[in-house]
Design a protein around this ligand. Structure first.
Ligand SMILES: NC(=O)c1ccc[n+]([C@@H]2O[C@H](COP(=O)([O-])OP(=O)(O)OC[C@H]3O[C@@H](n4cnc5c(N)ncnc54)[C@H](OP(=O)(O)O)[C@@H]3O)[C@@H](O)[C@H]2O)c1
Length: 342
């Protein structure tokens, strides 16, 4: 990091699940400090500890408990010296608010889908396509603010596993997801719908995987996605089959993942992007918060080959790598490349 002074940040949607993951990470971050939290109308004026229903499997970060929940109000953000806004807002709300923030010169790092497909807004996974950050210059940076998005949670894991394999010529990807209920936010799905049940449809998810994978990797393979909601709490499992032009063997794939060292050494990234686990039972949802930092490791397992196709399984933590952690790593990447005060 080029700048030692901590940067004031705001978390919008701090009481939701992604918001909680943000608060957990940013309550003790080397570069950023929380100076404002926002929620919807219900919690305005309350202390964070009284307003949030803390569900993450981490101790509540006491340091942030007395912060007061504010309205998402631009003037108050300016008064607090906020430079960076992390958005964990529902997509239908995020579009307009994030636009207003950008117009007012804020640097917005968003989890919401509202701006992901704007041609001048990058979707960044910082150990996969860090170079895409240059798109913020098309939004008018450094004169103006900008929006940087991270992908939807399933795509975040998929592109991390596929990026080191691009050199083998990816022709087609067939992916089936087994997505945890926390992916639907809090309170999320009705207990009657998901208890002891699987739901083979998640609105808009298959289209997101297809579009976002292509935008991030900068290639256009055929992508056949099926998305299923399963009654697990955290972590999305995915089964993947990839058809390659250059016929890599199992050892070539393993070597590519072993060498998946991020180009930028950022506090929120793991040493290696992909960790391959041997053993049929190693890869399962219970390990999704493991790794260093917790929840940022993308795990793969179960490699197999049939003809020209390679199959494997992967696990991504939807709230951290697929959500808040990915966004924080994007802000670290921004600081690393452009780091300076507004
Ligand atoms: N969950 C995941 O795994 C995941 C992964 C990647 C991306 N995302 C995306 O990240 C965003 C947040 O997801 P989430 O799962 O954290 O959702 P969530 O649990 O439903 O949280 C939504 C947050 O937004 C606030 N909010 C709702 N309506 C608002 C309004 N009208 N004005 C201001 N604030 C409002 C809520 O405040 P109250 O608590 O006061 O209602 C809450 O803090 C979504 O865009 C989602 O698509 C989610």
């Amino acid at each position: 990091m080029k700048n030692n002074k901590k940067i004031n940040i705001c978390i919008m949607g701090a009481t939701g699940l992604i918001g909680q993951a943000f608060v957990n990470i940013l309550s003790s971050h080397p570069v950023f400090q929380i100076s404002s939290l926002t929620g919807s109308k219900t919690g305005i004026g309350e202390k964070y500890r009284d307003s949030v229903n803390w569900t993450l499997p981490f101790d509540f970060p006491d340091k942030s408990g007395d912060l007061i929940i504010n309205k998402p109000d631009i003037r108050s953000l300016k008064n607090r010296g906020v430079q960076i806004v992390f958005s964990a807002l529902p997509s239908d709300i995020a579009g307009e608010i994030e636009d207003d923030l950008r117009k007012e010169g804020f640097y917005v790092f968003s989890n919401a889908g509202a701006h992901r497909y704007d041609p001048d807004v990058p979707i960044i996974v910082p150990d996969t396509n860090p170079g895409s950050i240059k798109l913020i210059e098309e939004q008018g940076f450094p004169k103006n603010g900008f929006i940087i998005t991270n992908p939807n949670c399933s795509t975040a894991g998929l592109v991390v596993a596929l990026a080191p394999l691009k050199k083998f010529g990816i022709k087609e990807v067939t992916v089936s997801t087994y997505q945890a209920i926390s992916g639907a936010g809090y309170p999320g799905l009705s207990a009657m719908d998901i208890s002891g049940n699987v739901i083979p449809h998640i609105e808009g998810e298959e289209e997101k995987i297809e579009k976002e994978t292509k935008k991030i990797l900068g290639i256009s393979p055929e992508i056949l996605a099926t998305c299923v909601r399963v009654p697990t709490l955290y972590g999305h499992l995915e089964t993947v089959w990839v058809d390659f032009s250059n016929s890599p063997g199992i050892d070539d794939i393993l070597e590519a993942w072993t060498n998946s060292i991020p180009e930028f050494n950022l506090p929120s990234l793991t040493d290696r992007s992909v960790k391959y686990l041997t053993g049929q039972r190693s890869l399962n949802n219970h390990i999704s918060f493991r790794g260093n930092p917790p929840g940022m490791q993308v795990y793969t397992g179960g490699l197999k080959r049939k003809g020209e196709k390679i199959g494997f399984n992967l696990l991504v933590n939807n709230l951290v790598r697929g959500g808040a952690g990915g966004s924080v790593a994007n802000a670290e990447l921004f600081q690393e490349i452009y780091g300076r005060s507004k």
